[in-house]
Design a protein around this ligand. Structure first.
Ligand code: 13P
Length: 252
């Protein structure tokens, strides 16, 4: 079955020393967890130092974004190979904040996802509707657009090592979580899109995380849903203690 995956997206937070201190504490707190995959996503500048602290442990490293080219005149960008070199196994792609503030599109998400796979980095592709989409009954149309275009041309093998993160934009950083039923409904829909694109067999193996105001006190209920395979956690991942509690809520 699918191994739950709990990832902490630190966004624009923590200096190198703060990041190192936080993962060192987390490493101790989750040392005995082996049934859940644990991932942290610090800022680019802290990746290498955090990788040193995580060596030979049970916590994987992720970046928060990547560019699709390997090298060249692309000022300010970071390539998949550079992220691998810094110690990353995962990369978050298409987060709603990047779509909103940095002109990320489904097309750029797809290019990044393909480039990540080409270098053995596993993408965590974020999808999610805005409040006005939900209120206008457009949730499924937006999710379909994000998923189908985001994963275009990925092979079945590549989709098996891709994680989809469903993050309703209205639930991010607002303290307003989707109910467990609302999350399950969209996760089922995402799995049906994967079945339509690949097969039932493949769709049943892809992990779909929920993200948006996940906290220690609501994580277990969300994770108890049959199609919720983990969480992408923002605010509550900044404290090692609360993130560890969310990890433990995912241990069945
Ligand atoms: P919060 O957990 O702070 O709502 O953030 C969710 C998120 O955007 C994770 O990527």
């Amino acid at each position: 079955m699918r191994t739950p995956i709990i990832a902490g997206n630190w966004k624009l937070n923590k200096t190198i020393s703060e990041a190192v201190e936080s993962v060192a504490a987390l490493r101790t707190l989750v040392a005995d967890v082996n049934e859940v995959e644990i991932v942290v996503a610090p800022t680019f500048t802290a990746l290498f130092a955090v990788a040193q602290v995580l060596e030979n442990g049970n916590i994987r490293l992720s970046a928060q974004d990547v560019f699709w080219e390997d090298r060249g005149a692309f000022t300010g960008e970071v390539s998949p190979a550079m992220l691998k070199d810094a110690g990353c196994d995962y990369v978050i792609i298409g987060h709603s904040e990047r779509r909103q503030y940095f002109s990320e599109t489904n097309e750029s998400v797809n290019r990044k996802a393909k480039a990540a796979h080409a270098h053995g980095l596993k993408p965590i592709i974020c999808v999610g509707e805005q409040l006005e989409d939900r209120e206008a009954g457009r949730t499924e149309a937006v999710i379909r657009d994000h998923v189908i275009n985001g994963i275009a041309e990925l092979s079945a093998d590549q989709i098996l090592s891709t994680v989809i993160a469903y993050e309703p934009v209205w639930a991010i950083g607002t303290g307003k979580t989707a109910t467990a039923d609302e999350a399950q409904e969209v996760h089922t829909f995402i799995r049906s899109l994967l079945a339509e694109t690949y097969s039932d067999e493949v769709a049943s193996q892809v992990r779909i995380q929920y993200g948006g105001s996940v906290k220690p006190d609501n994580a277990a209920e969300l994770m108890a849903q049959p199609d919720v395979d983990g969480a992408l956690v923002g605010g509550a991942s900044l404290e090692a203690e609360s993130f560890a509690q969310i990890v433990k809520a995912a241990c069945r």
